[in-house]
Every structure is written in structure tokens, then in C-alpha cells.
Design a protein around this ligand. Structure first.
Ligand code: A3P
Length: 295
């Protein structure tokens, strides 16, 4: 307990069986009944899968490559985070109420928790998935720097929590499979972090096509440049440095940490990798969804 009575690192609270950050769980009723507009665009990801990256790409598309316009507000204000709530900071719903459609809306909710109105309104959705090993590593560092999360413990302890789905927003395995299974029934574009990394311009063109924008070559190039890791790391309106230190402490680990595929090799031991692979096979059995852990 901090001096003002605010609890740092509160334990997760389950919402319909999915562990959630305590403050997010407290506003669940407002989230569940949220009504999007048909023209709103949903950006959905499991945490640490490239949410900020794809958000900046999409905002650049909507603003037709006007970097000055994109630098007027931090990414979390340009793309409100639907279920977000932390004391002393505007919630996602508050930000969304102030914006007029078409809005970009970020969510980390597993598919079964997405507010019903997104389906009935037939909103377009862009999902980005990233391989489990890099997500686990990125999430471990993020748990340390973002203090709304419980203490992650040691890397080995965190990895076990991750495999068991006992982390904020629940199981990575169920999340990526759940959204994958719905992709054909919905106006949904399902992308991979590794593809974006491998060929950003190709993936940006895919997004533009999905959003019915002409794929102007110079614009694609400009967007790819502005949304490179190097650019975004030094862009104060994309790198989360404007968030108060008691919520995100970049001195522990920067939000824009490495931005690569394959960093898991620096943390996984040989034994952990074997256990993980074995468990992965079981949890991903039968799906047509495949990931690359190196490119
Ligand atoms: P790492 O911790 O592996 O570096 P999210 O936005 O979903 O929270 O994901 C954060 C992860 O995406 C971090 O991964 C971050 O560095 C990476 N990232 C953010 N912007 C990126 C970019 N433009 N290119 C590559 N990776 C990026």
C-alpha cells in the first residue's frame, strides 16, 4: 500500500474467468455495454503483439501520411484503449465518448469478452498476432515496468504463469485461436508481427486495401519510415514516455524495448524451451494457425 492508500501492483481479478487488471475489472459493466459506431475500426491484439505499431500505421493511413497531425497527440489518445482504466488518468471509455466516429478503438479482450455491439454493428477489425515466445518475453519486461500488473516474479515463474494463461488478459493460446476462428465471419484482417517485421511495406499495403484506401507508393514508403522501430522509439507521441512514471517506469525497461523477432532466444533456457514446445503442441493442436519464431 502506498502512502495515499492506492495499492500498487494489485492482484488480477477474473472477469468471466479471464484474469484482468484490477482497475479494468472495476469498470467492466461500462465496457460490456459499450456501443461502437459501424464506421469505428477495432484494433485487437493480445498484449505485446504490436498494438502500438499497427495503431501508428493505421493512424498514418487515416491522416494520409501527415506526420505533424499524428504528432499532435499521444498514441493512447489517438487510439483509445476500450477497457483501460487507471486511477487519475482518463479511461478508454471517457476518451471514446469525447471522440466522434469513425474512431480507432484498441482492445486486448479475448474474443468471447468483446462487447456484443461490435458484432451487431459489423465493425471492421484488424487483429495482430505475434509468436508466443517473443510475446512471453516482451510481457515479462512489460509486467516489470507497468505497475498496474502483479509482480511477475522470476522469468521462470512468469513463463509458467504465461503457459497457464494466468496473466492479464488470460491465455495467449486461446486469444490468438479465438480471433483466428472468427476471421472469416467478420470484416477482419488478421496480421502477424513477424510479417510486418519482414516486409512492412507489403503489410501496410494490405491494411490500406482492407481500409479501401488507394495504395499510393510514396505514401506507403512514408508510413513505413515513420512507423519503423527506430522512429517510433524516439517519437514521444508513440513511445509512451508521456505516461506518469508511477504507472510506467521506462528506467526499468523501456516500452519501445527491442522490437525484433527472436529475442526469446536471449531468455529461454534449453530446458524451458523444451517444456514450452511440448506444451505449445498440446495447446495449439488442430489449429491451422501457424507462427514464425524467427525470420
Ligand atoms: P519488445 O518488448 O519485444 O521490444 P504492444 O504495442 O502490443 O504493447 O507491443 C509492444 C512490443 O512491440 C514491444 O516489443 C515493442 O518494442 C514492439 N514495437 C513497438 N513498435 C514497434 C515497431 N515500430 N517495430 C517493431 N516493434 C515494435
Amino acid at each position: 500500500i502506498k502512502p495515499d492508500g492506492e495499492m500498487e501492483r494489485p492482484p488480477l481479478i477474473p472477469i468471466k474467468g479471464i484474469p484482468m487488471i484490477k482497475y479494468f475489472a472495476e469498470i467492466w459493466d461500462d465496457v460490456e455495454t459499450f456501443e461502437p459506431h459501424r464506421d469505428d475500426l477495432l484494433i485487437s491484439t493480445y498484449p505485446k503483439s504490436g498494438t502500438t505499431w499497427i495503431s501508428e500505421v493505421i493512424d498514418m493511413i487515416f491522416k494520409e501520411g501527415d506526420t505533424e497531425k499524428c504528432k499532435q497527440n499521444p498514441i493512447y489518445a489517438r487510439v483509445p484503449f476500450l477497457e483501460f482504466k487507471v486511477p487519475g488518468v482518463p479511461s478508454g471509455i471517457e476518451l471514446l465518448r469525447k471522440a466522434s466516429p469513425p474512431r480507432m478503438i484498441k482492445t486486448h479482450l479475448p474474443i468471447q469478452l468483446l462487447p456484443e455491439a461490435f458484432w451487431t454493428k459489423d465493425c471492421k477489425m484488424i487483429y495482430v498476432a505475434r509468436n508466443a515466445k517473443d510475446v512471453a518475453v516482451s510481457y515479462y519486461y512489460f509486467y516489470q515496468m507497468a505497475k498496474v500488473h502483479p509482480d511477475p516474479g522470476t522469468w521462470n515463474e512468469f513463463l509458467e504463469l504465461f503457459m497457464a494463461g494466468n496473466v492479464s488478459f488470460g491465455s495467449w493460446y486461446d486469444h490468438v485461436k479465438g480471433w483466428w476462428d472468427k476471421r472469416k465471419e467478420q470484416r477482419m484482417l488478421y496480421l502477424f508481427f513477424e510479417d510486418l517485421k519482414e516486409n512492412p511495406q507489403r503489410e501496410i499495403r494490405k491494411v490500406m486495401e482492407f481500409l479501401e484506401r488507394p495504395p499510393d507508393a510514396r505514401l506507403v514508403e512514408k508510413i513505413a519510415h515513420h512507423t519503423s522501430f527506430k522512429e517510433m522509439k524516439q517519437n514521444e507521441m508513440a513511445n509512451y514516455k508521456t505516461i506518469p512514471t508511477d504507472i510506467m517506469d521506462h528506467s526499468i525497461s523501456p516500452f519501445m524495448r527491442k522490437g525484433i523477432t527472436g529475442d526469446w532466444k536471449n531468455l529461454f533456457t534449453v530446458a524451458q524451451n523444451e517444456i514450452f514446445d511440448e506444451n505449445y503442441k498440446q495447446q495449439m493442436e488442430g489449429t491451422t494457425l501457424h507462427f514464425r519464431t524467427e525470420i
